[in-house]
Design a protein around this ligand. Sequence first.
Ligand code: MN
Ligand code: MN
Length: 467
Amino acid sequence: MTDIEQLRKTLLRDTRGGYDRMDRAEIPAMETYCREYIRFISEAKTEREAVKWTVAAAEAAGYRPFTPGMALNPGDKVYHNNRGKSVFFAHIGKKPLGEGVRICAAHIDSPRLDLKPNPLYEDGEMALLKTHYYGGIKKYQWTTVPLALHGVVIRADGSRAEVCIGENPEDPVLYVTDLLIHLAADQMKKPLSEGVTAEQLNLLVGSRPVAGEGADRVKLGVLRILHEQLGITEEDFRSAELCVVPAGPARYVGFDRSMILGYGHDDRVCAYACFVPMLEQDTPEFTSVCLLADKEEIGSVGVSGMKSQAFETFMEDLCQAQGENVRRCFERAFCLSADVTNAFDPDYADTCDKRNSAVLGGGVGVCKYTGARGKSGASDASAEAMGFLRGVLARGEVLWQSATLGKVDQGGGGTVAGYMANRNIVTVDAGVPVLSMHAPLEVVSTLDAYMMKKAAAAVYRDSAPLD
Ligand code: MN
Ligand code: MN
């Protein structure tokens, strides 16, 4: 090796792409994992469905609901289903809980349209449902795409109707119209943020009136079908959570099938990655805790969001089972806040600092900080925390890259990291780079999705002390 080659090798960081840095013998394992992931995001499109899916898989792998007072021994697998909307899994380690735990936290809610409390009306011989968007969306993207309705209706007597319409190929789908280009002269002059307004995001759900006289016969026809199929009336919409999401399964993108197109990679690509190792691993040194949270997209508020005391209650109960103090446990814990990041898009290159942006297929994007402007609202991980995670990822043979969310002053965002760090838990953000984040259909790389699973597995498995 010449001097300059030696210098490059010694001093420069490795900037090769993920495929050139990975052991290609891992590709079959990567492909198997991604096939299973595609099944997961096709079947679990809301937080409720993700809780149901993961709880069923966990129970099949030996997890049991935790009840306060239960004895906890190394190797025990327990979970707490928080009202069907968020879920905590714990795999008890060999060390006592007071020595800390290893947490991977991700969210299972994604941007979508929710139905309003009084959604159904008739206009122009059509029946429509009014929606209220959930999370940050570009409204125009939700027009003219096939949509499905997922959720639950609670009737006045407390009984419930589970709803999933639009996923079976035989099912009808729902649809938000857009103005024909021929008459769009005024609309096309508006800024993108105003071209389609929130109150125009109304779902087309019927056009056949019931026979007879009088007004609202199309609406009545729709209600008759809903009553026959779900046993609900118009009033029941008031105690319902009905979510409108893109219809149909996730699928591969690209001639080489190296990417996945799907609804809600943010953040189920990380949630699945955090969950799967909990099923596969042997008894860890430190207790592994996997958190799948709701409401991240609207600020982590409410009983099922990551700001909720539900997490403290669960951890306190676990610690009590071993006679340990939860505050000591948090103080010595490490949390990987697993949430997606932006992948560099050459079509919008000027929104990113190319030297600090994650690229598709470059491995897990590790964000030292998120936030906006002068790191406002950021959970800025310390050098020590970053150093600890580097060691974990190196020992786990995880490909990773640095990630920042766009150019400084271009915008910004946040994750659950700050809420974990506020609990006195050392926390670092890391996640899968995504193209078209928050669009109805997003794209991730199979390599990055797989590396995220390896990252979570490494965090759980690694036995190095944090201090
Ligand atoms: Mn997210
Ligand atoms: Mn998001």
